[in-house]
Design a protein around this ligand. Structure first.
Ligand SMILES: O=C(O)CCC(=O)C(=O)O
Length: 285
């Protein structure tokens, strides 16, 4: 029986203990995030860390893995769409030590603090894995369209490649400056790539010009909660695996009395996120 690691608010291994939080983002990278709503090529992990995380992620792709009752959400469309398979799951930090400790990794936390402009709290994580040869799409979307139950919108997504991620294997594409668009209605995530086009204004359609964001294994991209992004199929003979960390500026509140994620303790409406499932990642001042 796997231990539920959500009780542990701090690193439990030495995997990230040698990391230094200096020079994670350059001034140009921060400026790109402000201007375009995303920035890529941010080195977060070394080879040893990538290997440890790959081993854990690969184990979690086995449907009989230990701890499978701990996921907040777990989706695989393999039965419905075997030509375009996407493994997507939330809650890996509860299941495995390296996937838990990456939340507190100094380089990630330093970059997130810089882009959010203050102390950072965990919201949730995600795994997005596309198997070799038949990995599916992630349709165009804005992350905040899934998160309106938390306010105000002071959220940040960090996408971390466990493989070199390329146009050929389905890297993330971003629509530059779409973080200045208003919140769009939520459309289909895993099948119809272009569903979002139906809800764009003529001006937004005109400006809809996605660019690929290729990153090396161990590098990350960061994006704003309104930046439109998505990814095409994996046409390569290798898997494309990624860990996504979603965080908020400390002080973001719940906007509902129901649990914010499947199976977690509710945070009453109006109360700031906190407690067992939403740990502070920045050091307390
Ligand atoms: O990994 C992907 O292809 C999509 C990731 C994504 O949608 C996200 O990071 O919000």
């Amino acid at each position: 029986m796997a231990e539920d690691l959500s009780h542990r608010h701090g690193p439990i291994t030495e995997l990230f203990s040698g990391d230094r939080a200096t020079d994670v983002l350059t001034g140009d990278q921060t400026a790109q995030y402000e201007r375009e709503g995303y920035v890529g090529g941010v080195r977060l992990l070394d080879d040893e860390q990538v290997d440890a995380l790959r081993r854990e992620v690969d184990g979690l792709l086995d449907p009989d893995h230990d701890g499978r009752d701990l996921w907040y959400e777990h989706h695989s469309n393999e039965a419905d769409n075997p030509d375009q398979v996407l493994f997507h799951a939330l809650g890996a930090w509860r299941l495995r030590p390296a996937l838990h400790d990456i939340l507190w990794s100094p380089r990630f936390v330093a970059a997130a603090e810089r882009l959010l402009g203050g102390p950072v709290r965990f919201w949730h994580d995600q795994l997005f894995c596309k198997p070799a040869g038949h990995g599916g799409v992630v349709a165009w979307h804005q992350d905040y369209s899934y998160w309106t139950r938390t306010v105000p919108m002071q959220h940040l997504t960090c996408w971390i490649g466990l493989d070199d991620s390329t146009i050929h294997n389905g890297c993330v594409h971003y629509v530059p400056a779409s973080h200045r668009w208003p919140l769009l209605p939520r459309t289909d995530l895993a099948n119809d790539m272009d569903a979002i086009l139906q809800v764009l204004t003529p001006e937004q359609r005109e400006a809809f010009d996605p660019v690929p964001c290729e990153v090396r294994a161990g590098e990350a991209s960061f994006h704003h909660p309104l930046t439109v992004h998505g990814s095409y199929q994996n046409r390569s003979p290798h898997p494309r695996r990624a860990i996504v960390l979603n965080v908020v500026r400390d002080g973001v509140r719940s906007d509902q009395d129901e649990p914010l994620l499947e199976g977690v303790d509710p945070v009453p409406k109006g109360e700031p996120l906190g407690g067992r499932f939403f740990p502070l990642l920045s050091r307390a001042e």
